[in-house]
Write a protein that binds this ligand. Structure first.
Ligand SMILES: Nc1ncnc2c1ncn2[C@@H]1O[C@H](COP(=O)(O)OP(=O)(O)OP(=O)(O)O)[C@@H](O)[C@H]1O
Ligand SMILES: C=C(C)CCOP(=O)(O)O
Length: 273
């Protein structure tokens, strides 16, 4: 039932180096990618500069730490979610303006972890809810979020990790990570068009950067993208720039049956032969 899952990375729609800095023209560009192409689609958006800054300030990705002021951190949870809501509002404004039937679904309302852990059983109600939303013709827009946790009070769930769990359940034909860069870059700036999964190499692909990010940036993305390819044989996985001709090309065409299909100037994740 689901053909594509697309993560609209926070880096593609915000300036992550500046607090709550939205790039409205990027949002319009990305929303238009789906204008005639939104059937059987799940969308996820990242936090960008609407969430990572607060999450870092209150160390939310570590859960509650006894030595910190509980009430202050709890307000940090609320402030992170308020900020995510602002970014979501910009996206919803643009989707509805483009007459695309998008509804927002927050993981916070469906998932409660236990010492960071989330089982398939924990995801059950979210999956069921998404099935109903999809069968009514809506496009669900989920997002990276802060979740409540039974032991450590809260944890961060990144949109990339969520994408993996949705891919595992819905088995889409394509998973697409839209971000601010053309794909996975080598240290000399060259793009890797075919990234063959080799776990020992994954550590080499995080370049130094000044952006604020609590969920592992490109390193986590490469790991998640690789896990999807390893787990779902039939799923094509791409990392590419959201505001780009490649994104237009990929999202406006039907899914190629060529198992080795690549888009020049972007990254396709492939199993090592
Ligand atoms: N080897 C690399 N190749 C490409 N980008 C890299 C690399 N190493 C680090 N990066 C950084 O990773 C960023 C993309 O990861 P990031 O998690 O910020 O993306 P996102 O998913 O769009 O954002 P968000 O997590 O806010 O949703 C790029 O903007 C770039 O600065
Ligand atoms: C609340 C936060 C920081 C969610 C992070 O989600 P991501 O931007 O998809 O990694």
């Amino acid at each position: 039932m689901v053909t594509r899952i697309v993560k609209i990375g926070g880096a593609s729609i915000t300036d992550k180096s500046e607090f709550e800095h939205v790039k409205l023209s990027n949002i319009d560009f990305i929303v238009n990618l789906f204008k005639n192409n939104y059937k059987n689609l799940i969308l996820i958006h990242g936090a960008g500069s609407f969430g990572h800054h607060q999450a870092k300030q209150y160390k939310l990705n570590q859960g509650y730490i006894d030595t910190d002021d509980y009430e202050k951190c709890r307000l940090g949870v609320c402030d992170t979610r308020r900020s995510l809501g602002r970014l979501q509002q910009y996206l919803l404004d643009a989707f509805v303006r483009a007459q695309i039937p998008v509804v927002c679904i927050s993981p916070f309302n469906f998932l409660i972890s236990n010492q960071f852990e989330l089982t398939n059983e924990d995801y059950k109600y979210l999956y069921q809810h998404l099935e109903i939303v999809l069968s009514n013709g809506y496009v669900p827009l989920l997002h990276g979020d802060v979740l409540l946790d039974k032991k450590i009070h809260w944890r961060i769930l990144s949109g990339d990790d969520l994408l993996f769990k949705l891919a595992e359940y819905f088995q889409p034909r394509q998973c697409i990570f839209l971000t601010s860069v053309p794909g996975i870059l080598q240290s000399n700036g060259n793009i890797i068009e075919k990234f063959y999964i080799d776990e020992s190499q994954i550590d080499n692909y995080e370049q130094q950067s000044s952006i604020i990010d609590v969920t592992g940036s490109m390193h986590n993305k490469v790991m998640i993208a690789s896990n999807i390819v390893n787990k779902i044989d039939t799923c094509q996985v791409f990392i590419l720039q959201g505001v780009s001709e490649n994104a237009k090309k990929l999202l406006s065409s039907s899914i190629s049956d060529d198992q080795n299909f690549v888009l020049h100037g972007s990254t396709r994740i492939l199993k090592k032969h």
